[in-house]
Ligand binder design. Structure first.
Ligand SMILES: *Cc1c(COP(=O)(O)O)cnc(C)c1O
Length: 368
């Protein structure tokens, strides 16, 4: 069998592995930050009808500009952020990963550079590589927070074309202060992408970077329906930015990239926003429960504004990962020495996780 490296593959892709959390069978899958709550019954019924209706037109190409969907998304953003966002400022694609790819196609690419503050979402460097964009690791403090002045200085020095800030950050969980985002925006001549995939789970008082959009034409805020909306299978991500950014992305998007079924399903989901987001408070309560239970087990966590918790320290995190899996609980080893990441889900899942974790700690005498 021929391996990819024996093909005339682009040199920067040689020897790389595809992205993907190990999906091993487990009773409790707490490794990919999905919302485990089932979709509301009324939504499922309405989705069936909406998809049936859209199916009648499947002989036709979809609305290339997804105007109705972008209008609904703009309505959701305006309602929840208090910031007036117009449909012309919104763009949608198949997951925020595709949104990020389009951003890099338009603003990154050969001879250009992207910078992000690691550890952060591992798809940012992977999509950069896929678009031929060079990647530079930005620095964080030892406690995973971003030192705004040092970060801005690094941006001034590297002069990246695209800067990524994930807020709340994945895999560490903490939201980034808007003052830091403002400073990074001032420091760069490139576009600043704030990846807000988890923003609906942020602790009270956390403000979205949407509020910084006026007067900042190079600021892009990306969002997704994969996490709080509980619709990872739908593949719907979107962004808000200056309308000029949306115009720029038209140059690289594939025509008719969003199927009419996706557009219809996403619109119906948005019509049920309140019911879908009703589980967010429950997930946050489980997250806080995990955080509060850790000290009694001799463990600690990083402050979380997301639906997951980065917890440690373990002498041997891979061994702890394995010991939890042996008890039916699959968490994520994100490759940070001493730390593991667990998704907050239902109360039952949290019970199972905390019980397994207590057993693992007891067995290894806290020196796992
Ligand atoms: C899960 C996640 C996404 C979501 O990607 P989709 O393609 O929308 O499913 C985006 N950014 C971050 C930081 C994530 O963790």
């Amino acid at each position: 069998m021929t391996g990819p490296d024996e093909l005339p593959l682009r040199p920067e892709l040689r020897g790389r592995s595809p992205y993907g959390a190990p999906q091993v069978p487990a009773a409790y899958r707490l490794n990919t930050n999905e919302n485990p709550h089932p979709l509301p019954a009324e939504l499922l019924a309405d989705l069936g009808a909406a998809l049936g209706h859209a199916a009648l037109e499947l002989n036709r190409y979809p609305d290339r500009d997804a105007v109705a969907l972008r209008t609904d998304l703009a309505g959701y953003l305006s309602r929840t952020s208090g910031e007036a966002v117009t449909p012309q400022q919104v763009w949608a694609a198949n997951g925020s990963n595709e949104v990020l790819q389009q951003i890099l196609q338009a603003f990154g690419g050969g001879g250009r550079t992207a910078l992000g503050f690691t550890p952060s979402y591992s798809m940012h460097p992977i999509i950069s590589a896929g678009t031929g964009t060079a990647w530079v690791d930005g620095h964080r403090r030892g406690d995973f927070t971003i030192d705004a002045a040092a970060a801005a200085a690094q941006v001034r020095e590297v002069r990246p074309d695209v800067v990524f800030v994930t807020s709340p950050n994945n895999p560490t969980g903490t939201a980034v202060a808007l003052e830091t985002i403002e400073q990074l925006y001032s420091a760069t001549a490139g576009v600043l992408v704030v990846d807000e995939a988890y923003t609906e789970f942020a602790r009270a008082g956390t403000r979205s970077a949407l509020t910084l959009l006026p007067g900042r034409p190079r600021l892009i805020v990306s969002r997704t329906m994969s996490k709080a909306f509980g619709m990872a299978g739908l593949r719907l991500g979107y962004l808000a930015a200056d309308a000029a950014v949306v115009d720029a992305l038209q140059l690289v998007r594939l025509p008719y990239h969003l199927s009419s079924l996706t557009q219809a399903a996403a619109r119906m989901a948005l019509a049920h926003t309140d019911a879908l987001l009703a589980t967010v408070d429950e997930v946050k309560a489980q997250r806080d429960r995990i955080v509060e239970a850790l000290p009694a087990l001799g463990l600690t966590s990083v402050p979380s504004d997301a639906n997951f918790v980065l917890f440690g320290h373990f002498a041997d995190a891979p061994a702890a990962w394995r010991a939890l899996l042996d008890r039916g609980v699959l968490v994520r080893d994100v490759g940070l020495p001493g730390w593991l990441r667990v998704t907050a889900g239902t109360a039952t899942e949290t019970d199972a996780f905390l019980t397994a974790l207590a057993a693992v700690v007891a067995e290894h005498g806290g020196r796992t």
